[in-house]
Design a protein around this ligand. Structure first.
Ligand SMILES: C[S@@+](CC[C@H](N)C(=O)[O-])C[C@H]1O[C@@H](n2cnc3c(N)ncnc32)[C@H](O)[C@@H]1O
Length: 346
C-alpha cells in the first residue's frame, strides 16, 4: 500500500486534534511534525570519500527510502560530500545525478573523484605519505599550497586531517582550519577504496556543477527528485566562515514555491531541535509540505550534562512524495502515538 499523506495541511488537520499525543512541540509554522522514533543507521558499504562536517551520511538511507518509485534522476543542489547521492546509487534508487555545490574546490575534487579515480587516489597517497614524521609542518605546507593553487588532492588531504572535517576560511578567503593532531587522515588504501567505489556509482551518469542552487533548480523536471540540504541557518552570516556562502530564507522559500508550482518532488533538510529547543526557522505551512522529524542521536552537551535531550533533524517532503505507511511504521518506525494517528487516517 503506497499512499500519499497529502499536503502539510492534511498533517495539520491530522494533528490539530491530537496535540496532547504528539511527541513534538508545535513549530512556528503552526503545525506539529510527525516524529519518527527509530534512530536511522548509516548503510554499510556505501563509499564516502570526502570527510565533511554536516554530512548526511547517518540519515541518507532513511532519506533515500522516501524517494518515489520510478525516480530516474536525483538533483542535489547543495551536495557537499553527496552522502544522499551515494546512498541512492548504492541502493539503486536512481540512474542519473546532478551534483552541485557553490563551493568550487569541492566540485573540482568531485570531478577528479568521479572521472579520474586512480589518479586522484595516487595523488592523495603521495600527499599523505609525505607527512610521516613531519605531520604538523606538512599540514601547514599543504594548506599554503592549497590556498595558492586549489589542487583537489591537497583539499582532500586537508579535509581528511582538519578538525571536525570542517571547511573554514578566513576573511581573505584562505582555508584556515587547523589539523586534528590525533589523526593522520584516512589511510591511502581506505581512501582509494572509497574513491573507486564512488566513481563506479557515478561515472558517466552524473553532471557536476558549481553554481547557485536556484540555477540548478531551474533545470529540474517532474520525475526528478530534488534533495536539498542548505547550509545551516545561523552559521551563514559573514562573521562565520564555516561556509563561504549562505542562503536567504525568503529566497529559499520562493524557490520551493516554484518547485511546488511545477510539481517537482523534493525533500528538504532544514531545521531541527534538541529536546524542546528548536534551531533554525521552520519552513512555512503555506508550502503544503509534510514535516517529519527524524532522531539524530543525543547532543554531546546534553550527554555531558547527563540530560536526555535527543536531537531531531527535520525533513520536509513535497506532496508528490508518496509516504508508504507500512514503511513509516515498520521501516524507520514511527512512535506508537504517531502510528496510531496514521492508522486513524488510513
Ligand atoms: C549542509 S552542507 C550539505 C551537506 C551534504 N548534504 C552532505 O551530505 O555532505 C551545505 C552545502 O551547501 C553549499 N552551498 C552554500 N550556499 C550555496 C548556494 N547558494 N548554492 C549552492 N550550494 C551552496 C555549501 O558549500 C555546502 O557544501
Amino acid at each position: 500500500m503506497r499512499e500519499s499523506l497529502g499536503t502539510g495541511l492534511r498533517s495539520k488537520r491530522l494533528f490539530d486534534g491530537n496535540q496532547a499525543r504528539s511527541a513534538s512541540p508545535t513549530t512556528e509554522s503552526g503545525y506539529a511534525p510527525i516524529v519518527s522514533s527509530a534512530l536511522p543507521k548509516p548503510l554499510r558499504g556505501v563509499p564516502h570519500p570526502i570527510p565533511y562536517q554536516g554530512s548526511k551520511r547517518q540519515l541518507a538511507h532513511y532519506i533515500v527510502s522516501l524517494f518515489p518509485a520510478g525516480t530516474v534522476r536525483l538533483v542535489e543542489p547543495f551536495a557537499g560530500s553527496a552522502a544522499v547521492s551515494l546512498a541512492a546509487g548504492h541502493m539503486k534508487r536512481v540512474r542519473r545525478w546532478t551534483i552541485n555545490d557553490l563551493h568550487r574546490p569541492l566540485i573540482s575534487l568531485w570531478t577528479e573523484i568521479v572521472r579520474e579515480p586512480e589518479e586522484i587516489s595516487d595523488q592523495y597517497e603521495k600527499v599523505w605519505r609525505a607527512q610521516i614524521g613531519d605531520e604538523r609542518a606538512h599540514y601547514d605546507r599543504v594548506r599554503s599550497r592549497f590556498n595558492a593553487h586549489h589542487r583537489p588532492a591537497d583539499f582532500l588531504y586537508l579535509l581528511a586531517r582538519c578538525v571536525k572535517a570542517a571547511i573554514r576560511y578566513n576573511a581573505r578567503g584562505e582555508f584556515n582550519n587547523s589539523p586534528d593532531n590525533r589523526r593522520l587522515g584516512a589511510l591511502p588504501s581506505t581512501m582509494r577504496r572509497h574513491i573507486v567505489g564512488a566513481s563506479a556509482l557515478l561515472k558517466g551518469k552524473c553532471s557536476l556543477s558549481s553554481m547557485d542552487y536556484r540555477e540548478v533548480l531551474e533545470s529540474a523536471r517532474p520525475g526528478d527528485l530534488v534533495y536539498m540540504d542548505p547550509p545551516y541557518q545561523g552559521v551563514v552570516d559573514t562573521h562565520n566562515h564555516r561556509y563561504r556562502h549562505g542562503i536567504a530564507f525568503d529566497e529559499f522559500t520562493a524557490a520551493l514555491e516554484s518547485l511546488r508550482r511545477r510539481s517537482i518532488p523534493f525533500i528538504v533538510s532544514y531545521d531541527g531541535r534538541t529536546g524542546s529547543k528548536r534551531y533554525g526557522r521552520s519552513l512555512p505551512a503555506s508550502l503544503g509540505l509534510t514535516h517529519v522529524e527524524v532522531p539524530a542521536g543525543r547532543s554531546t552537551q546534553a550527554t555531558l550534562l547527563g540530560r536526555d535531550d535527543s536531537t531531531f533533524e527535520s525533513l520536509y517532503l513535497s506532496p508528490e512524495i508518496p509516504v508508504d505507511l507500512r514503511h513509516l511504521r515498520h521501516g524507520p518506525r514511527m512512535s506508537v502515538e504517531t502510528a496510531s494517528l496514521f492508522a486513524e487516517s488510513a
